[in-house]
Design a protein around this ligand. Structure first.
Ligand code: ZN
Length: 404
């Protein structure tokens, strides 16, 4: 068996993104094939989130120092943030957003909230910036600009278990639909011997950890426990997956945060007419586009499922005179929502097919005299080929490319 190909090589061959010194290290520039994957992932998860009762928000890419002072990022996370931008008029400082959480907390605080509005589920594909050291940058898996499948759920303490369960169900649905295997859950807890690293009372840590444990047990999910791996504001459930490198990494995490509601003085009016701080679930089932696309490329070795493939049908004209027909056919397929692309390189069919192989389309068609004259096409993918007329092929493709 040949050794697995690294996502950087796959992305290079498939024209997913590029890096450029003038743009800056660790700042990927997405090419059309990469954006096709991102857009498909977003459409898929936004649909699930919409059905799960999430509402979408959009926050700016930067904010004043005040916000990150309040969130504690400037205290605990400053090393990982870009240096500030000095505002010329009033000397105030702005920072590029390192995390979406404080922005979503502001969105919670923007309107009066009652227990009737909760759980409030806010979601955003939010761009964040982290000043990773030059030596640690790696393709799409370690970058300085990334777009997260972020979301926060604000709820009364009593609703925490239900919400954590539905968030874990959302994770499971995503990973099943994506065909991911070989991941496991880790319950990351506080360390009672190092309480200086963890905010809040021990009893709240114990209670919140019990809730996460109960959610995992109720769903019959296998997990292992790790002491001291919690976030400083609460325990979490990490999704751990072994990468091609053999190293196990966290691809997502569900955090139960009993601290930030109080810290940001977020309030809702409870059933007794009294003001109460919400508990918060932080979640990002598909992590960031950057790391998740890297993961999917390596997991599938570039041969993505049809609905995610950047090129769903690659049309290979036999000779120059077949290009126009191939273009027309590609346009008809696009009108049906199929990502069709004509191979424009010169040379023999076998040379074009070799080039097509690098791009890893979901399927391909060779277009020559016979196909144009008879209107019958040989739709080829992995080790299969099917002879069909145009309408039948469109019908078949729609079935093969359906979003799960
Ligand atoms: Zn968060």
């Amino acid at each position: 068996m040949s050794s697995p190909i690294d996502h950087r090589q796959l992305a290079d061959e498939m024209e997913i993104y590029f890096l450029n010194e003038s743009v800056g290290a660790g700042l990927p520039n997405w090419l059309p094939h990469g954006v096709a994957i991102r857009d498909s992932l977003e459409a898929f998860v936004k649909d699930l989130e919409f059905k799960g009762g999430y509402q979408r928000v959009i926050s700016p890419h930067l904010a004043k120092a005040d916000l990150y002072q309040a969130s504690g990022h400037l205290r605990a996370f400053k090393e990982d943030m870009y240096p500030p931008i000095q505002w010329p008029e009033d000397q105030s400082q702005y920072y590029l957003k390192p995390m979406n959480c404080p922005h979503h907390h502001m969105a919670f605080a923007a309107l009066p909230r009652s227990y009737r509005d909760l759980p409030l589920r806010l979601a955003e594909y939010g761009q964040v910036y982290r000043f990773e050291r030059s030596g640690s940058l790696k393709g799409l898996s370690r970058v300085r600009g990334l777009c997260q499948n972020d979301g926060h759920i604000y709820m009364p303490r009593s609703k925490s278990l239900d919400e954590v369960i539905s968030v874990l169900e959302l994770h499971e649905r995503c990973y099943r639909a994506l065909g991911l295997k070989g991941y496991r859950y880790r319950l990351s807890k506080h360390d009672p011997h190092q309480m200086q690293k963890f905010d809040g009372e021990v009893s709240l840590w114990q209670e919140s950890e019990k809730i996460l444990k109960e959610a995992l047990d109720k769903l019959n999910l296998e997990y292992f426990e790790a002491e001291g791996e919690a976030a400083f504001y609460g325990p979490k459930i990490d999704v751990q997956m072994k990468m091609n490198s053999g190293i196990e990494e966290s691809i997502a995490s569900v955090q139960l945060d009993f601290n930030s509601g109080k810290k940001f003085n977020l309030q809702f009016i409870n059933q007794d007419g009294k003001s109460e701080h919400p508990w918060i679930v932080h979640r990002a089932p598909l992590g960031s586009h950057e790391r998740f696309v890297a993961l999917l490329l390596e997991f599938y070795q570039g041969r993505l499922p049809g609905w995610l493939a950047p090129i769903q049908v690659h049309l290979i004209p036999v000779r120059e005179e077949h290009i126009e027909n191939a273009r027309q056919l590609a346009q008809e397929l696009r009108m049906q929502g199929v990502r069709a692309q004509v191979e424009m390189s010169q040379g023999s069919v076998s040379k074009k097919l070799l080039f097509s192989h690098r791009l890893r389309p979901f399927s391909y068609l060779v277009i020559g005299d016979k196909e144009i004259k008879e209107g019958v096409y040989n739709l080829q993918r992995s080790n299969m080929s099917e002879l069909m007329g145009l309408q039948e092929m469109i019908f078949r493709l729609k079935e093969l490319l359906k979003q799960p």
